[in-house]
Write a protein that binds this ligand. Structure first.
Ligand code: NAI
Length: 303
């Protein structure tokens, strides 16, 4: 296969001053992309700011002969998210690739979680992904080209103790990307979601040190790069990646049971048929809410 390249492509990567975002930035730049390296540079729980991390990644890319510019704005407010995207438009004249990756953690059990911890997580992850995507979308639509990769988490897909805020935001991102994929379809804008596992400062409290050093962000970067590339046709999909493992994840719906509407449907009928309702045998994946609604209506009319 020919080498996948990003010559003439402009990529914005949020939270690219370290961890996964840095790995994406280095890989894309090494293959010809002009990269906006965005990072607010705060602590892992979202306090403070520092221009050093983004600048260091830019310096590293330039030292290897690549092209990059730093952006220190936060994804968490719309005006500053617009500035991030404008850095690409003003410096390089366009934006082809957006990787929504910036993130923080504020883990606490539901009872102990302050409303502020919930809001802060929603604002960086979910609002930040919405704001950057909304700011980038018009240019992508006009040029009829765009690749958007956003970042979810197994904590969202499957749940995790102490991460009600983070899990909600991360699953919200899946819903956001599903609809962005539909709106982008006519304009060659593909939107996908990555579910990564990597040793970074966000995972150093939950992963043993030797695992942290082995599960390198570099292993997630190749699939993110592929999803960012010209020839990738995937859209509206979720991919898990980490430590050399790559797989698609999906929301599916079971075959279920359909009762005729000629007589009353009782609570007992539900209870007695819970095995059929719960079963995922012959489960299917829907490509849109409309397709799912069509199935519901056709079952109702007995087709
Ligand atoms: P990281 O802490 O190394 O990287 C996140 C970066 O985002 C940091 O450099 C931080 O300064 C930046 N950032 C935080 N708030 C920002 C804001 N408001 N505006 C701009 N930049 C901001 O952590 P990691 O692990 O590389 O995380 C990257 C993404 O992957 C996050 O969205 C995280 O939730 C997600 N993720 C990571 C997993 C892992 O195993 N490392 C697992 C699941 C999801």
């Amino acid at each position: 296969m020919e080498q996948v390249r990003f010559d003439e492509k402009v990529a914005v990567i949020t939270g690219a001053g370290g961890g996964l975002g840095k790995a994406y930035a280095l890989l894309l730049a090494s293959r010809g992309a002009k990269v906006v390296v965005n990072d607010l540079g705060g602590t892992f729980d979202g306090s403070g700011s520092d221009s050093t991390p983004a600048q260091q990644v830019v310096d590293e890319i330039k030292a290897s002969g690549g092209e990059a510019v730093a952006s220190y704005d936060s994804v968490a407010e719309y005006e500053s998210a617009q500035k991030i995207i404008n850095t690409a438009l003003d410096t390089y004249g366009k934006i082809d690739i957006l990787i929504n990756n910036a993130g923080i953690l504020r883990d606490k059990s539901l009872v102990k979680m302050e409303v502020e911890d919930y809001r802060k997580i929603m604002s960086v992850h979910l609002d930040g992904t919405f704001f950057c995507t909304k700011a980038a979308f018009p240019s992508m639509k006009e040029q009829e080209y765009g690749r958007i990769i956003s970042t979810a988490s197994a904590a969202g897909l499957y749940g995790n103790f102490g991460q009600t805020n983070y899990g909600a935001a991360k699953m919200g991102i899946v819903g956001l990307m599903n609809s962005v994929a539909q709106e982008g379809m006519r304009y060659n804008i593909k939107a996908n979601t990555i579910v990564p596992t990597a040793g970074t400062r966000l995972t150093f409290t939950v992963m043993p040190e030797d695992v942290i050093s082995k599960v390198k962000p570099d292993y997630v970067a190749p699939i993110v790069a592929w999803l960012s590339s010209d020839n990738c046709e995937e859209s509206g999909k979720m991919f898990s990646a980490g430590g050399g493992y790559y797989a698609r994840a999906a929301v599916v719906e079971g075959h279920g049971i359909t009762f005729g509407l000629e007589k009353e449907i009782t609570v007992e009928m539900i209870a007695e048929n819970m095995d059929k309702i719960t079963s995922l045998e012959d489960a299917r994946e829907y490509s849109s809410a409309m397709e799912q609604a069509g199935t519901v209506l056709s079952k109702m009319s007995g087709q």
